[in-house]
Design a protein around this ligand. Structure first.
Ligand code: COA
Length: 379
């Protein structure tokens, strides 16, 4: 076992977004909605959809390999793999175990983490504890989701919001200044069923009935979720920044969970924090749950929004109701992101099971893959 170290820092980062794009115009043809309503209520213009050959595991593996390359490490340097997700490839084995094989790692421990949209931030906090205790030197933390497989594309209240993708970091032991400064995690079960995927677990096992009643799709109380999100994001952010011994004004960039631009604006208002210092990319990806913070972080670094020495606040909330915030000082050279150039889906293979393969692609989106590429008009 390695000796305990004083700190942990982000040394690698990476992301992966599938290439299929579902626009608001497409959704207009599927459900009774319109671009103006979606943009004004959410800020979302399009979202990415995983192809039939892609799963949470395959996207997680690409983002993970990119993060490892950025860190200048080899896959076998990773001691622990954590995948935050609410859409694992299977309830068991863990998606993290499949990712381990897909990236060619031989010795890491691997586990999934269930904290819904806060999964990546909870994963970061878990990784930080492993590193700080000396149990791991390099941890690969991934947030990855295939929400299109649990979205009811006949429910206009939810289908406009969600998308697919993956993001990852490598968190490494370090005795140098910088890195993780403050962590806050909360769970408020009073809102446990605000966002809910009812069927498929021990309480409501999958059956013909749960299938017929669409219980294997996400359900959401939108307005309640909205209010809870603004309040929780604000209180969790403040607690994390304070535990770092900082003030909000010391934060150079906030990278929040990308659920909805109005929630992010509500957060800015409640904290009296300028929107210019909050990173927003929800317009292009929608809400990708556990993938959203690392996807946004990777894009923020790639687009020059993060410099060495900057103080960042990563903050998320999700079903549970979970919330988490990390205050950290960024120490890595953003140019290291170039090391991941050329890494893509062809570099990873998820080991198949022994059952006959199925087409996991949502039937309601089959047209998206066709040459015509136009949604059939809603009946
Ligand atoms: N297009 C057009 N109209 C829609 C619609 C859509 N896609 N979805 C809902 N509506 C309708 C509703 O049916 C309702 O109509 P009614 O007044 O005739 O009943 C009306 O728009 C207003 O609905 P409401 O739910 O009050 O809208 P809202 O302003 O609360 O916005 C959300 C809805 C979902 C965008 C908003 O509540 C939200 O963002 N919630 C948080 C969601 C979230 O972030 N979840 C993930 C958390 S990790």
């Amino acid at each position: 076992m390695a000796r305990p170290v004083s700190g942990a820092r982000v040394t690698g980062w990476g992301s992966y977004a599938p290439s299929l794009v579902l626009t608001n115009a497409d959704l207009e043809r599927m459900v009774e909605t319109n671009d103006e309503w979606i943009v004004s209520r959410t800020g979302i213009r399009e979202r990415r959809i995983a192809g039939p050959d892609e799963t949470t595991g395959s996207m997680a593996a690409v983002a993970g390999l990119r993060a490892i390359a950025t860190a200048g490490l080899a896959p076998d340097d990773i001691d622990l793999i954590i995948v935050g997700t609410l859409t694992p490839d299977y309830p068991m084995p863990s998606t993290a175990a499949l990712v381990k094989a897909a990236i060619g790692n031989k010795h890491a421990a691997a586990m999934d983490l269930a904290a819904a949209c806060s999964g990546f931030v909870y994963g970061y906090a878990t990784a930080n504890a492993f590193v700080a205790s000396g149990m791991a030197k390099h941890v690969l933390v991934i947030g990855a989701e295939t929400l299109s497989r649990v979205t009811d594309f006949s429910d206009r209240g939810t289908c406009i919001l969600f998308g697919d993708g993956a993001g990852a970091i490598v968190l490494s032991a370090s005795d140098e200044p910088g890195g993780t400064m403050g962590i806050e995690l909360t769970t408020e079960p009073a809102g446990a069923y605000y966002i809910w995927l009812p069927a498929g677990g021990a309480a409501r096992p999958a059956s013909d009935v749960t299938l017929a009643t669409h219980e294997h799709y996400m359900k959401m109380k939108g307005a309640e979720t909205f209010r809870m999100a603004v309040r929780t994001l604000g209180s969790t952010s403040l607690a994390s920044v304070r535990s770092a011994g900082l003030q909000l004004s010391d934060i150079d960039l906030v990278v929040p969970h990308q659920a909805n631009v109005r929630i992010i604006e509500g957060l800015a208002k409640s904290l009296d924090f300028p929107m210019e210092r909050i990173f927003v990319n929800v317009g292009c990806y929608g809400n990708t749950s556990a993938a959203s913070v690392p996807l946004a972080l990777a894009e923020a670094v790639a687009t020059g929004r993060v410099k060495q020495g900057d103080r960042l606040l990563l903050v998320a909330f999700g079903a549970g109701v979970t919330s988490g915030a990390i205050t950290l000082q960024w120490t890595a050279d953003p140019a290291a992101g170039e090391r991941a150039a050329g890494i893509g889906p062809s570099d990873v293979t998820i080991r198949p099971g022994y059952l006959e393969p199925v087409n996991p692609f949502p039937a309601a989106l089959e047209w998206l893959r066709s040459d015509a590429g136009t949604a059939p008009a809603a009946e």
